[in-house]
Structures are given as C-alpha cells and as structure tokens.
Write a protein that binds this ligand. Sequence first.
Ligand SMILES: NC(=O)C[C@H](N)C(=O)O
Length: 529
Amino acid sequence: MELCDLSAVEVRDLLFEKKVSAVEVLEACLARIDAVDGRPGTLDPGPETEEDTRRVHAFITRTPELARAQAEAVDKKIAAGEDPGPLAGIPFTVKDIFCVKDTPSTAASRILANFNAPYTATAVERLQAADALTLGKVNLDEFTYGSSSESSAFQPSPRNPWDTSRVPGGSSGGSAASVAAGEAFLSLGTDTAGSIRQPAAFCGVVGLKPTYGRVSRYGLIAFGSSLDCPGPLARSAKDAALMLKAMAGADPRDATAATLDVPDYLAALEKEVKGKRIGLSPDYFQITFPQANGEYSQQPVPEEMRAAVLHAVDIYRALGAEIIEDVPMPNTRYGIPVYFVISRVEAASNLHRYDGVKYGYRTQQAVGELKDLYRKSRGEGFGLQPKLRILMGMYVSAAQYSEQYYRRALRVRTLIRRDFEEAFDPQGKYRLDALLTPTTPTSAFPIKDVYGDSVLMQYADQLTVPANHAGVPGISFPAGFGADGLPIGLQLLGPDYSEATLLQLTHAYEQASAGAEWRAKRPAVLEVH
Ligand SMILES: NC(=O)C[C@H](N)C(=O)O
C-alpha cells in the first residue's frame, strides 16, 4: 500500500512518530495526482482525447508550491520539537467554491475565471492553521448547480475513479473523486441539497453535511444562503471527525455560525452503540422520477440499496441498537419541489453581485449605458445553469407569484423540518438518535446520460435535500457495491448538532464490516495506472 492510500489518522500518527515526513506524504499525493488525474479543467479545453476519458480530472488549480512550503514548515516544527497542528502534514483539496487568498477562486464559472480571492474562507483558514497541506482547488458544477459536476465551465469535468465512464456526482465531484483516488486524504466540500453526500456515495467515500451553522460560511461563494453547509469528505468516519473538529465553531465573520462548543468528535467514536435508537422510514424507500411527458413515476428504491440498508440494520442490531420501523416522514416527497423554488430564489439573489464592474468577467464588447455592460457581462459570463436558476428564481419570487410559489414553499419547508422534529423528539413517540436511509436513488450514472435534463438531475438529490431544508446533519458512508460494480452509499440523518453520533454510528459500521470482501476493492483508475 502506498502512503497516499493510508487514512489521514494513520499518516498523522506516522508523522508524529517521525516515521515519515510531511514532505514525503505530500510527494506521495503529488505522484498519485500525476499518475491518475490527467489535465486540469480549463475554460478552453479543445477536443476531448481518448486519454481524457481514462483520467479523474479532479482539479481546476493545483498549488504544489504552497503545499510544499506548508509541508516544510510542518517538518521544521516537528524537528524543533514543537507541537504540530492536529492535521499536520495531511494534504487536502478545496472545492473551488471557497475563496483562498491569492488563488483563483472560480466557482467553476467563466464569470469568476480571473478572480483571485483577496482573503481566505474561514473553513480553509482553520484547516491550514491545523497544519494541513493545501493541494489546490477541485472542480464542481458551475456555482455548485448540479449533481454530476458536468456543468463546470472548466472542462474536462471530473470522472468517477471507480469507472471513468461515470460521473463522480456533484456538485462536490472533484472533492469526492480526489479523495477516492488517493490524490488527497481529505476534501472540503459544500452541501446545499446533497452536494457532499451524493458524490461521496457515488465515489465510495464518507461525506458529512454538518448542521446548518456548525461550520462558518465566511469566504464561501454563496448559492442558497439558508441551505449551504461546508463539510468534510474523507475515506473514513475517523478522518472526517478529525477534519470537522478542526474547522467547526463560532466565527465572528459569519453571524449564522453557531456559538455552541465543538465536541471532541474523535473521542466520541468509541462510545457504545448499545441503546441507540435508529429509525427506518418508508418515505425514504420510495423514489420519484420525472418522466419526459411531465408526469412523475413513483417506485421503490433499487433492491441493492434496500439490501444494503437491511444489512446495516443487522449490524446495528447486533451492536445493541434498537431499530424503530415505520417512522413517518410524509413531507420528504416535497423536498425537491420546495428546493426548486427556495434555492432558485436564493441563487438569483446571490448572483446579482456579478455585474462586470467590481470583479470577475467583463464583456469586451462595446457597451452603451451601464445596464448594457451588466447584461453583456452576465450574458457571456454565466453558463446555462446560473441563467436557468436566475430566471426561475426571479419568476417564483415576483410580486404576482410569490404567494403561490415562494411563500408556499417556505411553509412546506417548515413541515419538512417538523417531520424531523417529531422523529427526533426525546419525549416523542419515536425518540430517534438517527434515521438510516439510502443516500441516492441510483448509483453513479454514465457521463452525459442525465446532463441536459435539469429536472431529472435535481431528483438525484431527493433523499438528501430534506436535511438541508431542516438544517439537520447527515452523513453518507460506503456500504458495498452494486451489480454494476459501483459504490452504494448509506445515509444517517440526526437531530441538530448530532454530528458526533452520526460519526460514531458510521465508525461502528466501518469496524463491523472491516473484514468484508468489498472493503479490499480499489478504484479501477488505480489498477490501470
Ligand atoms: N450544492 C448542491 O447541493 C447542489 C444541488 N445538487 C443542486 O443541483 O442544486
């Protein structure tokens, strides 16, 4: 096994025992990137080559010099007998929706292609302060609008390391792919409807969407400000725990960042599962697919996913958990329709700031009045997804329609939150510690298969989006492979600030399944190169 295939915790321990240096760890990741990643995404990629189709393409911008300087500083600290930070020497990637000082911060959009951020996002700053090594910025759907990473203005878009003819999911596709392929140990992603959990499921890694406000959004390029949650992608619950601990907590620069103490997530992993109440809901075993004729079909989740959930139930039962069946979550099915309205209104509002004046793309065409500059800059700078989302957001919040759409969606959002409150109420009928569900309605789909159908694409988030509406935390973790050879992800959802429990339950599942045959599988991209 190569250094870059170990867990972050293992590498950290080796480093503390002086068995490896931070520079060696970094070199292992850089060599892996060289071997599997292929060319980074760019605005004008030219035609796709055969070689492109076999590579991961996780990155937009690589920052090896920055990472090397950070690694050398860590090695110096250790040599001098100083205490290095909790993430010392661990290389990580950053979804290119976070600002990093003096580094292109593009949101995978032409409109920000030339934007070098003047400051660093709090989450990134804290990871760096913990002595993690910044490998660079990874690709995503434009402004995070999508579930496959294909809508990036920077092509080639990322591919799934388990099968490069498949998407890695999205919008944190580059994050999930870079972690799955061993290019990085950790990645910082964001989740507005499932954008951490869905790509984690598609790429066979752990992805945690924390409680809204647990991690500061300062320096995150905004999409849906009431929904966006930065969070970790990692190869195990332990690594995710380590990363979350380093970046969670109050931030005077983000008024919505919670002031609650950050627990020791690592210590919580070893707690007993005995007595935990884990729920199953029929509403998470039913999925909706939009049809070409505008109708919607309801069907059960694929048998393999149901079987994976039931297998996890056996594991938890054997560990002494109580399984509570038939927990009603009746408003789950409205998650996507409500999201279509709320997220578009927030997106349209947040996108107003891109005007071609202050920063970002400015049209080169001759312009008359100021409005003309706005129109042309925005028309040329935004791709299809931002344009669609602006149009819809403006429509459903317009004075004559907002009662019918926007305000109504807000009321249904409250009902979705209420489903969770009832399920988790410690004095209530169900008293759940967590709800166990599949993460996604399907496994990773072939490249170009869903892209172009924005409605179908959005439905990839149907099992993950309710947690964003409710603000509650959710984790996705790998639970084997389907007949198509692709990873299957399971999801645990919990009450506000229950990240420690979700990580603990994921860790328990990992321990119990450590000997399973599927755990030894390696992404196909590593076998080829
Ligand atoms: N950031 C997200 O969760 C994005 C979501 N997949 C969407 O298409 O809007």
